[in-house]
Each structure stands twice: as C-alpha cells, then as structure tokens.
Design a protein around this ligand. Structure first.
Ligand code: ZN
Length: 286
C-alpha cells in the first residue's frame, strides 16, 4: 500500500492510493483513525480491511489534496551519519563499529513540493538523499532478528544539512546544522514494508536542478536497518511514526571541488527506486 497524509478542512488526514487516486481512509471506514501515527500499528493487523475500505471509498479530488509529510508529528526523528562507506571516505571520516547518531525535530519536516528555507545564518546548506524507515510498533530492546517486524514502511527523505553549523561546533555536535526548520523533507508517500522485498537493494539518487549529484544503492549501507532498530531501541522506546533517516551516499555538495551549496531558485529531487520522487524548491528563509 501507498499512503499519504494530507491537510483537510478539519486537519491532517490519511489517505490510501488506488488506481484512480487517493481515498480518505477514515471517511471510507470510521473504524480507521484519521492520523497516520494511529494507523501505522494497524497496517499489518488490518491489511485486508484497509484494502477493502480503499476499494469502496470515494476518491479525493486531486486538486484538493494539500500534501503533508506522511507522518505529521513523529515523536522522534533519528538520523544516522556516515552510513555509506564511500560517503564516509569523501568526508575524510573513518567508520567505527557503531553508527554516528543525531536527530532532527518535527519542525524540520516538509512535504513533497514544500520549500526548503535557507537560513540567514548559513551559507553552506547541502543536500543528502536518504532512505527513511517509518516505525510501526512500539518497542524497547528489540532484537536484530525481530527488528524488521517493527517497520511499517519506507519513504524518500532529504537530510538537508548546514555544513557551517555541522562542522567545528563545540563537542563536534551535529544537532544544530541538521535541525533548522524545513531541513527534513519527506514523502510524498509512505510505502508499506510488504511492498518492498529488499530495502537494502534500492537505487537512490539526488538531482540538483536536473543534474545527478548522488547515485548509489541502499546495498551500500554500512549499518543495516535491522541493526539500527536494535541499536537505537537500546536507548529509547521506539514509537509508531518515529522516523529513522538512514544516511546518505557519496556526492554531497560539500565534498565537491569546488563545493556546491544550495541557493534560492534551486530544485532538489531525491528519488528512491520503488518509493518515488521527493521534489522541493529552495527559497531564501529567515
Ligand atoms: Zn544524513
């Protein structure tokens, strides 16, 4: 299944894709919640009922759909740094036996089509194409063997990064450079885990104004999804709707000679095989 969150007159709602458009799931069957976070744990347990409801529901007028990020207010956005061997090499970093982890805030999220706002205090804003894992069930101390049962689905993500705030800050913190408003575009759709046979074998690309800047495969991930879920769940309880940005392949702007940074008027597209294309314009922010 492919799902979206969209802004209705009464607030965020969830819709499921079928051949001729999107169906509001709660309107099709009030058994289902309006919010993606509440729906996520039901995706595996109520799969057939969701498909039935989607069949009999009414298709939303395409013009009325204002897309939101698939998960509107996740409790946590966890991000993995340096998770592709060749990207780590291009930044001059060495890879340890444990991942680099940082986070973003719900205020970073933007839907497909919404602008990335360049903050006034940075002139080194960079792009990063990323596969995003959406957690579907709550869990703590999840074993690696059981980890994939906690995945509700996947989405295309963009880890926008202000390099001048990421590098050289006290304690080598990454948080500030990664958490400006609009620095986590996500979507357009959430694709349920059953649709993706092997999440570790998907082509992942980033295009800046139509030119390919990153082109790799999730087969290159150093720390795999099952490991990441198990590792992170030692620290905090994972909740439905939590997002894991899994890291970016080589080709980022910072590592180019000369470096390339985003400027107003740019358009960044992230494409992941089977998941879709996330496209965001870049504008001057505040
Ligand atoms: Zn990243």
């Amino acid at each position: 299944m492919r799902l979206i969150s969209y802004q209705s007159e009464t607030g965020p709602r969830t819709a499921v894709k079928r051949e001729d458009g999107y169906v509001d799931l709660h309107r099709a069957d009030p058994l289902f919640p309006t919010q993606m976070k509440q729906l996520l744990p039901m995706l595996s347990t109520h799969r057939e009922a969701i498909i039935e409801a989607t069949k009999k529901g009414r298709v939303l007028e395409a013009a009325k759909i204002r897309l939101l990020p698939p998960v509107v207010e996740p409790q946590k956005i966890l991000c993995i740094g340096l998770n592709y061997a060749d990207h780590a090499a291009e930044t001059g970093a060495t890879v340890g036996d444990e991942p680099v982890v940082f986070n973003k805030f719900p205020t970073c999220l933007r839907a497909d089509g919404q602008p990335i706002e360049l903050p006034k205090v940075s002139d080194q804003v960079d792009y990063e194409a990323e596969l995003v894992v959406v957690i579907g069930r709550a869990g703590k101390n999840i074993s690696r063997e059981d980890a994939m049962n906690y995945v509700a689905g996947y989405a295309v993500g963009h880890d926008v990064s202000a390099r001048d705030w990421q590098k050289g800050k006290p304690g080598k913190q990454w948080l500030l450079g990664k958490s400006f408003d609009s620095f986590a575009p996500l979507g357009p759709e959430l694709i349920t885990a059953d649709e993706i046979e092997d999440p570790h074998n998907l082509r992942i690309q980033c295009r800046l104004n139509g030119e390919t800047m990153q082109d790799s495969s999730t087969s290159q991930l150093i720390f795999r999804i099952d490991f990441l879920i198990s590792y992170l769940s030692q620290i905090c309880t994972l909740k439905p709707g939590d997002l894991i940005y899994t890291g970016t392949p080589p080709g980022v702007g910072m590592a180019r000679k000369p470096p390339i940074f985003l400027k107003p008027g740019d358009v960044v597209e992230v494409e992941i095989e089977k998941l879709g294309i996330l496209s965001n314009p870049v504008v001057a922010g505040s």
